[in-house]
Design a protein around this ligand. Structure first.
Ligand code: BGC
Length: 840
C-alpha cells in the first residue's frame, strides 16, 4: 500500500497559483494507507487544527485576511495509525489589491491603413481591422531586486515581453469573459528577466474577443465589448532593502503600429515583415518618433485575478504528409483535427513575397480544402516577407483544422501545428481491447482540447466558438474524467452567473454576447444548475453551489409556469438539438429539466445548510414530478411522444413512479433496438448509462460498437479524429462541424460503465466508489483516474473463462465492487484483485 502522503496540493484548484483572491480552498490528494488525522498550516499564520474528518482532502483558509501580493507557504501534515506523520508543502501568492495603473491604448483614430496587399485577398479595410499596436516603456531598475511581478491584462489580447523575453507562457490572454463585468488579469514572476539599468516592458495588443469578430450575427459580427484594444499593467519590483518600485501603464508609454497588420480570432492574422521595428522590445531602441499612449480611464473595478490556467501552446504536431499541389502551393495534413495554428519556417525570398496559410477540417471531392463549414471565419494567416528567412507563427488567432494549404513557398521546410487549449491537467486514461473504441476515446479527448479554449466552446472552426451551455453540461462528466477541469469551470461558472439576469434567467451562451438570444432554453439554461452540482460532487468544493443563483433560476421558471409544465419562457427552445428521429415533445423535455433543476437546487440548499430553502425546493420538485406524471405519463411504459430522449430524461431524473420505471426502460430498449440511437444533444449523455442501469448493458455495448449511422463508430470508421456535430457528419455546410463534443459525452460511460469507475449516488469527491465493470464482449479494459481524493484505477480482463479485476481505491474511500457474475464486495482503500468464473 505504501506509506501515507499527500500529493497534488492545490490552492483554489491550481498548483502554486500566482494571484489568488480572498480565502483560498487548500486541497490535496492522498496516497498510501488511510490517514487518522491531518492538519493544514499556512505560513505560521493559521492552522486548521486537527480536522474532524481524518480523511479530509480540503479545507478553506480561515485565518487573518491575506496581504496583497504576498507568497504564502502552506503544508498539510497527515498522521498514520502507527503514529508516523508525513508533511507535504506548497504555496500560493495573493493578487494585487489596489491598482493605480491607467488603461492605455494607441490612438485608434491615428491609424494609417496600409493598402490591402493584393486585391481579392483578406482586406483589412473591408473587415475594419486595425493594425496591432505595440506599446513600450523604458525604465531604470537598481541592482538587488528580490522579486518582480508583472500584473497585466487587456481589453483585447496582449503579449508582453520584458527585455525581449516573453513574460509567462499564456496564449490569448487574458481570456474571454463578459469584460463589462469581469476582466481577469495574469500575474507573472519576471524576476529573472530584469536587468540592472535600463529595462523595457513591451506589449503587443490585439482585438481578440473584446473588439474582434466573435459569433455569427451579421448585424453585429464584431466589436462586442469595445472598439479597440487597451492595456493595463503594473510591474512591481521589490528590492532586497525593502523598497518597492512600480512601473504602471500611463501616458509615459510610447506606441506605434507594428508589423502585425491585423489579428483576429476568426479572420486570421497578417504579419508584414517589411513594417517590423527590430529591437523595439529591447533597451536602447529610439522611440522618439512613436506616439504617446492615450490614457483611456482608471476603472479597476472589473479586474480580478485569473482563476484558471491560461490557454497555452500545449503540444506540437508534425505533419502526417505534405503534398505539393502547385508550383508554390503545398497541402499539409497534420493527421489530427485540432485547435491551434501553424508555425512555418519561411525561407529567404524576394521582399513582398506573400505566404498564405488557409485552414480546414476536411478536404473536398477534388482534394482541396473544404472551407464551406467555416462560414464567415476566413481562418487565413498571411506573412509578407521582408526578404530574410523568418519563422512565422501567428500570436493572436486560432483555427480549427486538420489540413493547411500554404501558398507562396517553393520548398516548404519545417512546419508544425501548434495545439492551443486551456491548460487543464490530465486526470484520466481509458483503454480497452477494441482499437476503434480507443480511437473514439482519443477523439473525445481531442474534442475536449479543441473546445476548452478559455471557455468551453461548441466548436473551434466556424464563426461561432461560443460558450453554449447545453454542450457544456452534457459533456461535463466526461470532461471531468479526462482532465482536472475544476479551475476551468470555476472560471466559466462566473461567466454563466455574470450572464444571469436579475430576474433569474440563465442565458444560452456565456460569456453573454449580442446576437444570441439570451433567454435560456430548456437544457441550456439549466446548465446553470446542473454544472455546479456536478462540479461539487466531483471536486467537493461547496463554493460551486451558489444556491441563490440556482434557486433564482428555478423560481424564474416557476413564476412563468404556475401549472409547473414549462411552456413559457423557453427562449429559442432548441429541443433535443440534432436528434435524428421523432421529436421529443418540447414541454415534456422542458419540464423534465425544470424538475432536474429544482431537485438539484434542493440538494444544494441542503448541503449548504439552507434547510428551509431545501424543504421548499424539495416540495416544488415533488410537485413538478406530479405534474409531469399527470401530463406526460400516458400509461405504464408509455410517455407522450414515445421517444428515446423522453424515456431517458424521465428515467435519469427520477420522474416516474417506481413501478413504471421498468416498463419505461423496456420501451426505451425497444426503441433503441429498432432505430439505434435517436437522441440529440440532450439525451445522448444518458443513453448508455440509463440502459446499463436498467440491466441492458448488452444493448449499451451494441450501441457503442455499432458502425452504421447514427453511431459513434461510424465516425471512427470514416476517419474522424474528433467528435462530429452530427451523428452522420452529413449536414448543410453551415451546420456541419467536425469538432463538437456533445456526442462525445459517451466518454463518461467508457470510464463509468465499461471500465466501471463511478461514485455512489450520495458520494462527494469520490468518498464512496461503485466499481461495476460492464464488459460486454470486450476482452479487457482499464482506466485510471486522478480523483479529488487520489488515484482510482480499474483494470479487468478475461482469460479462459475467468474474469479478473484489479481495483485501486484511494485512501479514505470505500468501494462496492460489483462483479459480472452478480457478486458484490465492499472494500476499503488499497489495491484489490478479484477473480470469478464467467457464466456461460
Ligand atoms: C451550436 C450548438 C449549440 C446550438 C444551440 C449551435 O449553433 O453549434 O452546439 O448548442 O447552436 O442549439
Amino acid at each position: 500500500m505504501g506509506s501515507l502522503r499527500a500529493y497534488g496540493l492545490r490552492s483554489d484548484h491550481r498548483t502554486t497559483p500566482l494571484g489568488v483572491d480572498g480565502a483560498p480552498l487548500l486541497s490535496w490528494r492522498l496516497a498510501g494507507e488511510d490517514p487518522v488525522g491531518c492538519v493544514v498550516e499556512v505560513d505560521g499564520l493559521w492552522s486548521s487544527g486537527r480536522l474532524e474528518d481524518p480523511a479530509a482532502i480540503q479545507v478553506r483558509y480561515a485565518g487573518p485576511p491575506l496581504r496583497a501580493r504576498t507568497r504564502y507557504e502552506w503544508a498539510v501534515t497527515l498522521w498514520a495509525a502507527d503514529g508516523t506523520s508525513s508533511t507535504t508543502r506548497s504555496w500560493f501568492e495573493s493578487g494585487a489589491d489596489r491598482w493605480t495603473a491607467g488603461w492605455i491604448a494607441a490612438d485608434p483614430d491615428a491609424v494609417e491603413y496600409v493598402d490591402p496587399p493584393t486585391e481579392g485577398d483578406l482586406a483589412l479595410r473591408d473587415h475594419g481591422l486595425l493594425p496591432c499596436p505595440q506599446l513600450r516603456r523604458a525604465f531604470q531598475a537598481r541592482p538587488a531586486v528580490a522579486a518582480a511581478r508583472l500584473y497585466i491584462s487587456a481589453k483585447g489580447l496582449y503579449e508582453a515581453r520584458l527585455n525581449g523575453h516573453r513574460a509567462g507562457d499564456a496564449q490569448l490572454a487574458p481570456g474571454w469573459t463578459d469584460y463589462s463585468r469581469r476582466i481577469p488579469y495574469q500575474t507573472y514572476d519576471v524576476t529573472d528577466l530584469l536587468a540592472d539599468g535600463e529595462n523595457v516592458l513591451a506589449v503587443t495588443l490585439a482585438d481578440g474577443w473584446w473588439s474582434g469578430f466573435v459569433g455569427f450575427d451579421p448585424r453585429r459580427p464584431g466589436s462586442h465589448y469595445g472598439r479597440f484594444p487597451e492595456l493595463i499593467a503594473e510591474l512591481h519590483l521589490d528590492y532586497v532593502d525593502g523598497s518597492t518600485q512600480v512601473v504602471v501603464t500611463d501616458g509615459a508609454w510610447r506606441t506605434e503600429r507594428g508589423h502585425v497588420r491585423y489579428a483576429d480570432l476568426l479572420k486570421g492574422e497578417c504579419h508584414d515583415e517589411r513594417a517590423a521595428t527590430p529591437g523595439w522590445e529591447l533597451p536602447g531602441f529610439d522611440d522618439s518618433s512613436w506616439q504617446p499612449a492615450v490614457v483611456t480611464g482608471h476603472d479597476h473595478a472589473p479586474l480580478v485575478p485569473s482563476p484558471d490556467e491560461p490557454v497555452r501552446a500545449v503540444r506540437e504536431l508534425a505533419p502526417l504528409s505534405v503534398t505539393r499541389t502547385g508550383p508554390l502551393t503545398h497541402l499539409v495534413d497534420f493527421g489530427q483535427n485540432l485547435a491551434g495554428r501553424v508555425r512555418v519556417a519561411v525561407p529567404e525570398s524576394a521582399p513582398g513575397t506573400r505566404v498564405t496559410i488557409r485552414h480546414a477540417e476536411t478536404l473536398d471531392a477534388e482534394g482541396g480544402l473544404d472551407v464551406a463549414n467555416l462560414r464567415t471565419a476566413d481562418a487565413t494567416d498571411v506573412l509578407i516577407s521582408a526578404g530574410q528567412a523568418v519563422v512565422f507563427e501567428p500570436a493572436f488567432t486560432y483555427h480549427g483544422f486538420r489540413y493547411a494549404e500554404m501558398t507562396g513557398i517553393e520548398d516548404l521546410g519545417e512546419v508544425q501545428a501548434v495545439v492551443l487549449h486551456s491548460d487543464t491537467p490530465q486526470a484520466g486514461t481509458f483503454e480497452c481491447s477494441d482499437p476503434e473504441i480507443n480511437q473514439l476515446q482519443r477523439n473525445i479527448e481531442w474534442g475536449q482540447r479543441g473546445n476548452f479554449v478559455s471557455v468551453p466552446t461548441d466548436c473551434p472552426q466556424r464563426d461561432e466558438r461560443l460558450g453554449w451551455l447545453a454542450d457544456a453540461q452534457v459533456f461535463l462528466p466526461t470532461a471531468c474524467f479526462n482532465a482536472d477541469v475544476a479551475a476551468f469551470f470555476a472560471k466559466w461558472l462566473r461567466d454563466v452567473r455574470d450572464a444571469q439576469r436579475p430576474e433569474g434567467g440563465f442565458p444560452n451562451v456565456a460569456p453573454r454576447i449580442s446576437g444570441v438570444a439570451d433567454e435560456g432554453a430548456p437544457g441550456w439554461a439549466d446548465a446553470g444548475v446542473l454544472i455546479p452540482w456536478h462540479l461539487y460532487r466531483v471536486y467537493g468544493d461547496e463554493r460551486f453551489l451558489d444556491v441563490d443563483s440556482m434557486a433564482g433560476w428555478v423560481e424564474f421558471v416557476r413564476r412563468h409556469n404556475p401549472d409547473l409544465i414549462w411552456r413559457a419562457k423557453t427562449g429559442p427552445h432548441f429541443a433535443d438539438w440534432l436528434a435524428p428521429g421523432a421529436a421529443t415533445p418540447r414541454d415534456l423535455l422542458a419540464t423534465a429539466f425544470f424538475h432536474r433543476s429544482a431537485d438539484l437546487t434542493a440538494r444544494a440548499a441542503l448541503v449548504t445548510g439552507r434547510t428551509a430553502d431545501a424543504e421548499r425546493l424539495r416540495a416544488l420538485a415533488d410537485d413538478i414530478r406530479t405534474a409531469f406524471i399527470k401530463t406526460f405519463a400516458l400509461a405504464p411504459g408509455r410517455l407522450a411522444g414515445d421517444t428515446q430522449t423522453g424515456y431517458l430524461l424521465a428515467l435519469a431524473f427520477g420522474l416516474l413512479p417506481g413501478e413504471w420505471e421498468e416498463p419505461a426502460a423496456r420501451r426505451l430498449a425497444e426503441l433503441v433496438e429498432e432505430h439505434g440511437p435517436q437522441t440529440g444533444f440532450l439525451g445522448v449523455n444518458l443513453l448508455c448509462p440509463v440502459l446499463s442501469a436498467h440491466g441492458r448493458a448488452d444493448l449499451a455495448h451494441a450501441l457503442l460498437r455499432r458502425t452504421d449511422p447514427p453511431s459513434w463508430l461510424y465516425q471512427v470508421r470514416h476517419g474522424a479524429t474528433t467528435i462530429w456535430e452530427r451523428w452522420d457528419g452529413a449536414g448543410a455546410p453551415s451546420m456541419n462541424s467536425f469538432n463538437h463534443y456533445a456526442f462525445g459525452s459517451i466518454g463518461e460511460w467508457l470510464y463509468g460503465g465499461v471500465a466501471g469507475i463511478a461514485q455512489a449516488p450520495d458520494s462527494v469527491a469520490f468518498r464512496e466508489l461503485v466499481i461495476r465493470p460492464q464488459p460486454g464482449d470486450l476482452v479487457w479494459a482499464r482506466a485510471t483516474y486522478e480523483s479529488a481524493r487520489g488515484r482510482v484505477a480499474v483494470s479487468w480482463q478475461r482469460a479462459e473463462g475467468d474474469f479478473r479485476l484489479s481495483v485501486t481505491v484511494p485512501p479514505g474511500a470505500t468501494a462496492t465492487i460489483h462483479l459480472p457474475d452478480g457478486q458484490t464486495h465492499r472494500v476499503l482503500s488499497g489495491d484489490h484483485t478479484f477473480r470469478t468464473t464467467e457464466e456461460t
